[in-house]
Design a protein around this ligand. Sequence first.
Ligand SMILES: [Zn+2]
Ligand SMILES: [Zn+2]
Length: 555
Amino acid sequence: MTTQKINIKNLLLFAVIFIIVTVSNLFPQKKEILIPKTSQQVIYGKITDQNGKPLIAQVQVWYYPLTKVVMAFGDKKVDGRTDNLIQMKYSTKDGYYSVKVPADTIVLIITKGPEWLLVKEKLVIREKEFNGIEYNVSLKRLYDLSKLGWFSGDAHHHSIYSDGHQDPSEIAHAMKGVGLSWGMLTDHNSDTGKKEWLGNKTQDFIPIAGCEISTEASTTSIENGYGHLNQAFIEKMNGKNVGNPNIWARAIFDDSKDVQNMIDLTHQQNGLIAVNHPFQAWDWAGRYKSWGKVKNLDAIEVWNGEPPHSFTYNDWDTAHTNINTLAVHSWFSYLNEGNKISGIAGSDCHDIYGTTSYPKGEHYWTITTGNPRTYAYCGKLSESNIKSAIKKGNLFLTSNFGPLLLFTINGETPGDVLKATRDGKIKIGVNVLANQQLLKSEDGVRIIYNGKIIKKFTTDTSYTYRDSTTIIMDKDGWILAEAFGQWPMYSITNPVFIDVPPYGDFIKNKWADPVEATKWNQFRQHPEINLLNGPTSWKDTKDSAINIKTKQQHN
Ligand SMILES: [Zn+2]
Ligand SMILES: [Zn+2]
């Protein structure tokens, strides 16, 4: 066959496709899609922005309604989970996607993160011969935080270079898909993926080199190990035995001095160090147990996977306090001692398609790339500005579904130190921006001062909420905000530090440990809780269909 003939054939094929696409667009899409149970039919289409520019975005397909299942984590069985995620995909850089669907009622979610319009639609797919449904989407950008200097990223991610399931380039594509501007690759005791990872740098995406040091398997520690720590912005990884070909044998620590040594080595190469998932429930070795025995941590991962104040708790915890709530409390205790330590969020994603995540597919919540995410106030996007923002705590944390939470005190952003005037009067401002209805609640927004709620704002089902309040400060402290939307929408900021006269006596130059911190190293000990879990109405919305549209949104 000559080249010319092939071209004519291609041309004809193109014409046929063009006619099919054009004709199919003349008729409104049918609500009930007919797909035989045994077939592997697809929903396919193109995702663009409002100007027709192709977008990388995330496509999720869930069963509807959610049904409760029993899930196994090792020998442990957990009742009442909703492992109902069918498929997750990312569109190509040209905006194209296709996703297999069963003959069932499904919810299709198309998302590019909290700054973009969210598609969340119920579709009934019936058993009958069918050739797939074309579902094109124009996603509107509702908010552009980069214009205000805020850029979101994922501070915790795994690849095939430890126990993750994708290579660094696939992960970078997924991160761009969910609207992130930066990401850290933090494989367990390994930086083998670093070169490939850093090769994904573009004008609007900054890959950052990191490593998750695990300290388990020590025979002399209190309960087997000292937990996991993330190094970031590093030239080289550190560990006890970095040359060992078995990555799991690289980081056996004898005692908390080895943990301190790790922190110091990270700082020597101008890197940052964070404590990861400090109250992890399922893996005892994953828990951090050097509280009060080491100093100079840069950050605590207060949000690993599911939101603070949500569902997962330790088996032994009769109070059923969420594991990330405990992490938030340990952070508050360190802040109360006058430490300037940042709170960060990391997905700890091991699978960008969500099929092997933990917990998998919980109430339309899946641990996947950028869920949760850390917003850093950078001004201009650059690696050094991201690093400085994380170090200073110019941060707020949110889920893939938002809400965005802009918080100021007398115009200062989180992480800043505000010198209050002599009368101690300060003005606190909150601006909540969402792509779904917020929560109808009397405590949809909470203002927390030195670990205690001092003010609540009533939110309703609109998409945005803005308010301010004036309070009088009579002593030094820190103030931050939390916002709750419909499940799983949650957001928490880092604090603004308030210095009232006499000035300069609040933020300590030297690290100070909370008195009770060493207690937390013991099994079944954790920070004293004085902050309530989230509003009940928040968790009650977890299976809610309120934000699921049944009307067609696509063009
Ligand atoms: Zn870990
Ligand atoms: Zn991890």
